[in-house]
Design a protein around this ligand. Sequence first.
Ligand code: C5P
Length: 407
Amino acid sequence: MQSQSSTSCPSLEGRHILLGITGSIAAYKSAVLCRLLKKAGAEVQVVMTPLAKQFITPLTMATLSKNPILVEFFDPENGAWNSHVSLGEWADCMLIAPATANTLGKMCAGMADNLLLTSYLSARCPVVVAPAMDLDMYRHYTTQRNLDDLRQHGVHVVEPEDGELASGLVGKGRMAEPEEIAAYVGHLLCEKKKTLSGKHFMVTAGATIEPIDPVRFISNHSSGKMGYAIAGELAQRGARVTLVSGRTALPCPEGVQRVDVLSAEEMYTAAVAAFREADGAVMCAAVADYTPTTVAEHKLKKGDGEMTIPLKRTRDIAAALGSEKGHRLMVGFALETDNERVNATEKLHKKNFDFVVLNSLRDAGAGFRGDTNKVTFIDCQAREELPLMPKTEVAQKIVDKIESIIK
Ligand code: C5P
């Protein structure tokens, strides 16, 4: 599994977390944990063991989770049944933090004498436990045996920390910090299947810069967001990714190897080299079609009249790679302002793409800089028009299509 060191929590938007709290002094940290999960966008339902109520009040947890707390199998006032089965079905993740030695032992033994345990036995989702106890209890062979047993059955364990314990003793047993636990859950839920491991992709992204003199240049509005999202998505699915990047302000996506370039000529050289070893390429960069014929050595001085800068054609990187692609896969982009579909289809054939991602500047929310895009996939057989969506989701759709072609 992922390392326990990263403490930034990825988005949990729309995810359902069943937060189990057991009777440990560390239950006070569950309040912060609940807030962090909510802040990351999760819906949180808290289930407490009867003893946990002695350590943190149901009122606190109900207020923070914005849901009534569940403790008993039924409400003694009106007999309303708390269904552990539907809780188990509802949850995308069951997180038990803190998890006492008692609860860990009962989980291993299959005991079901409270709602938290019956929910655990019914849960179909990943289960994460964050143990909290005194150092001797933690290192006791029964606790270690139980944790090993749970691990072997797929339960994730966020290890406790070394430090000062409530007993005054110092050692391992202090529940991990809420930030670490929330990040663990976030990474667990966003982890993708490594469907592209063993594959290598080259992605071009961002704007090129064509120098006029030491101060000025010709460029365009490309932010690089679309290409970076695709590179990140490919890497998350296990592919090796070389990102040949023009100018952007974006951080390099995790697991991606970035090669920085400036001009179209530099991008050509880097892309040709990276494509040699690749199984496919996604050509997302906004490459200048023209560059000044000469770069002035000194800053050009202004005069009274007009100025003309002679331009020459740059090399078409996509067309060059397309002519030598063989069985490799190539995806191209087309950003059009008019006659969109005809122009995009022409590019598909001319540059030997497997499919083209068309975005039109006429569509609201599509194109440069923004975080959303509205695209149409065009290949030899068909067109598929997608609705407006975040660029990260467009990237997922593009990589889904890549997978369907290379399988
Ligand atoms: O012909 P046009 O520039 O509109 O084609 C767009 C596609 O070709 C994009 O995939 C873009 O990244 C790629 N391209 C390239 N090298 C160029 C020009 C465009 O790779 N010099």
